[in-house]
Design a protein around this ligand. Structure first.
Ligand code: OSB
Ligand code: MG
Length: 368
């Protein structure tokens, strides 16, 4: 395969409802899409870089810069035997996983289309359906939260995750557990706590949560190991796990019992598979995290979630929970059982809606 051209495109997509986490609120997504031309076949990827450097240091601006000035020059006109080689070809650039992940994923899509098979198959996926949970942002009141959760459970979602921050943590989680005694429930703190908050975090142990996601520092694996020793509830790491070495370190020192894999955060399908494999070998279940993706990123998440060790419901849910209209056709839909059926069309299996993308595009750059 030879990479002939890439097109960078920034679209603006307003969320149906603002999404609040411990690090801030988002109401309009700026999304960087990458289209690759591989031997005349187009592949699509989405960078999960944010509008601000608050979840990670990457932003739409840094991802654009790294893609145009460093990643494209490495791959341009190179003979690429398969998409599985791309991650190692980009190794000279340190970090910037969201930039790398968008390009790498687009080449996987193109390769699957070239071979006329679904991306899930090319990745080694084993499922025809994936299990879905929802991630619910911080709500103004407990009443709002209960109403939201009620609605998502009625729609069939299999697991509820709520965002927490200091001051909005134990109370909403307890209210949910009282109202829904048997629901699979978890909280995500996005690094809002410190090891000194252990007494508060221990109160969560009585609520039988399936996990507490990323309570401590975004790059602090060691403190999570100290915390996990004092908690019964499993810790799941998100922000801390950037590559397979972090995953190995976290598992070996006991910093977590579950890992959330996000394609952008780890740099694409190849590093995601490597983390998946090491977790599987060490009996650590994984699940697919979300970053408020448009349909392109969502489609990649669905394909990745078909790998065998994705045994817990992920944050991959229906397009209509986020967008009035998605940029793919058909939109991602969730069954009454809280699952997504993996598409059988080649590549990501959903068609990009170019007309709609055009109308949402704020800038575009073609590199060839
Ligand atoms: O920590 O998982 C997270 C959204 C933006 C940044 C970080 C996170 C999230 C979510 C939303 O939880 C997941 C989704 O529904 O896409
Ligand atoms: Mg998270």
């Amino acid at each position: 395969m030879r990479l002939k051209k890439i097109t960078l495109r920034e679209i603006h997509l307003p969320l149906i409802m603002p999404f609040e986490t411990s690090f801030g609120e988002t109401s309009l997504r700026r999304i960087l899409l990458v289209e690759t031309d591989v031997d005349g076949i187009s592949g699509w990827g989405e960078s999960t870089a944010g509008e601000d450097p608050f979840y990670s240091y990457e932003t739409v601006e840094t991802a654009w810069h790294i893609l145009r000035d460093f990643l494209w020059p490495i791959l341009k006109d190179q003979e690429i035997a398969s998409a599985s080689e791309v991650w190692d070809m980009l190794a000279r650039v340190r970090g910037h996983n969201m930039a790398k992940g968008s390009l790498e994923a687009a080449i996987w899509d193109a390769e699957a289309k070239q071979k006329n098979i679904p991306l899930a198959k090319l990745l080694g996926g084993v499922r025809e359906e994936i299990s879905c949970g929802v991630s619910i942002g911080i709500q103004p009141t407990i009443q709002h939260l209960l109403a939201k959760v009620e609605k998502e459970l009625a729609a069939g979602y299999q697991r509820i995750k709520i965002k927490i921050k200091p001051g909005t943590d134990i109370e909403p989680a307890r209210a949910l557990r009282e109202r829904f005694p048997r629901v699979r429930l978890m909280v995500d703190a996005n690094s809002a706590y410190r090891l000194e908050d252990v007494a508060l975090l221990k109160k969560l142990d009585s609520l039988y949560l399936i996990m507490i996601e990323q309570p401590l520092g975004w790059d602090d694996i060691y403190s999570h190991a100290q915390l996990q020793r004092q908690l019964d509830t499993p810790i799941c790491l998100d922000e801390c796990i950037h590559d397979v070495e972090h995953a190995r370190a976290a598992i070996e020192i006991g910093a977590c019992r579950i890992i959330n894999i996000k394609l952008g955060r780890v740099g694409g399908h190849t590093p995601a598979k490597r983390i998946h494999d090491i977790c599987q070998a060490k009996s650590i279940p994984v699940w697919c995290g979300g970053m408020l993706e448009s349909g392109i990123g969502r489609a990649h998440n669905i394909a990745m979630s078909t790998l065998p060790n994705f045994t817990l419901p992920g944050d991959v849910s229906a397009s209509r929970r986020y967008w009035n209209e998605d940029i793919i056709e058909p939109e991602v839909e969730v069954t009454r059982q809280g699952t997504i059926r993996v598409p059988s069309a080649p590549g990501i299996g959903y068609s990009p809606r170019l007309d709609r993308m055009e109308s949402l595009t704020h800038r575009m750059e073609v590199l060839e």
